[in-house]
Design a binder for this molecule. Structure first.
Ligand code: ZN
Ligand code: ZN
Ligand code: ZN
Length: 362
């Protein structure tokens, strides 16, 4: 993989952002930059990337062999600190400047430790300082995201052929877990199964509730293949769909399509959100669509760019994100349709290609 190029780009980006450096704890960012994945612990592990100076990976002395045998060992200097030393002073001593970015996943204990060693510096998160660090995917990343998307499509196609009537949300959830793994996923990140009124809660956690004919069921699930995530939502109806469910589904489908058609290089992320929202507002359901239209995806299920009002960042070919408008009628049902899409030179293409029509299941 392209670690050296990513490190160089991060150092240059830190310079452009006026940062003395970026301090990256164990996290997807660390994996992305140097291929090292230790668990985050109370002892500080941090990659220090600075403009115009070589990167250094600071690790507890007892984990130095582990770090050195990872890809990081070939890429950066690995500096160990002993238990009777202060790692924050070591890291702070590498950073001379007024602004320092710390990874979003850094534990509060480490942020405050670092804070005390650089009392005059302003600390900010990498997601604020360098939001697009991992946003533009390279060919290897896109290939994995495409495989993950395809596997999620296949999992949906299989479950759509099965009976829902009489099964519980939890049973459907476990089945989706199984199907994702069967279709290439090494791990499953979440399975949302929202039947009937539960579908109106966008992040509903599957329960023992039994699914009955006539109900809408929102299925939103995803996992990862070699670290890269899938995330798809389809809404099915058991037996026969009530006219209102059909109408709402049609509105959400039109919103999803309108947002997709808006994607092209140079368009602001918020314009994609606007396109989906316009359709739902025109149908008089604007109040019932109360979340952003989408989120970036890659090594994390949710990462920049966020497709939300207020985000003026321009889309760039290779950016990968969800388009997932929804309408939620409290106490009754919900409908959401989600695909992962990639911005391309000529617009966008979808990584989820299973049908978006209203599926009638048994
Ligand atoms: Zn979500
Ligand atoms: Zn989702
Ligand atoms: Zn999503």
């Amino acid at each position: 993989v392209r670690h050296a190029e990513r490190l160089a780009r991060t150092a240059a980006g830190a310079g452009e952002a006026g940062l003395a450096g970026v301090v990256i704890p164990p996290s997807p960012d660390l994996h992305y930059l140097v291929g090292y994945d230790p668990p985050p612990l109370e002892r500080l592990t941090a990659l220090v990337v600075r403009p115009d100076l070589p990167p250094v990976l600071v690790v507890p002395e007892l984990e130095r062999p582990l770090a050195r045998s990872s890809p990081a060992g070939e890429l950066v200097e690995v500096a160990g600190w002993r238990d009777d030393e202060d790692p924050y002073r070591i890291v702070g001593g590498m950073l001379s400047g007024r602004r320092i970015a710390v990874g979003d996943r850094m534990w509060a204990s480490h942020v405050l430790g670092l804070r005390s060693s650089v009392p005059d510096a302003e600390l900010l998160t990498t997601s604020r300082a360098m939001p697009l660090l991992r946003a533009v995917k390279d060919a290897d990343e896109l290939a994995l995201l495409e495989r993950a998307g395809h596997g999620a499509d296949e999992a949906f196609d299989e479950i759509a052929g099965e009976a829902f009537d009489g099964r519980t949300e939890a049973q459907i959830g476990r089945r989706l877990d199984e199907l994702l793994r069967r279709h290439g996923h090494g791990s499953v990140n979440f399975t949302i199964v929202g039947s009937g009124p539960n579908g109106a809660s966008p992040h509903h956690d599957p329960t023992g509730r039994r699914i009955v004919p006539g109900e809408c069921v929102v299925l939103d699930f995803g996992g990862s293949i070699e670290g890269y995530c899938s995330d798809i939502t389809r809404t099915v109806v058991v037996g026969q769909a009530a006219p209102e469910a059909r109408e709402v589904h049609e509105v959400v489908l039109a919103a999803q399509e309108a947002a997709f058609e808006t994607v092209r290089p140079g368009v602001a992320a918020q314009d994609v959100d606007r396109a989906a929202r316009d359709v739902i507002e025109a149908a008089g359901l604007g109040e019932r669509f109360f979340h952003r239209t989408g989120h970036g995806i890659g090594l994390e299920e949710h990462e920049p760019p966020y497709i939300v009002r207020g985000n003026a960042d321009a889309l760039v070919p290779g950016m990968c994100f969800s388009i997932e408008p929804g309408v939620y009628l409290e106490g009754r049902f919900g409908v959401r349709i989600e695909d992962i899409v990639v911005a391309a030179d000529d617009g966008a293409h979808r990584l989820n290609n299973t049908s978006r029509d209203l599926h009638i299941v048994r």
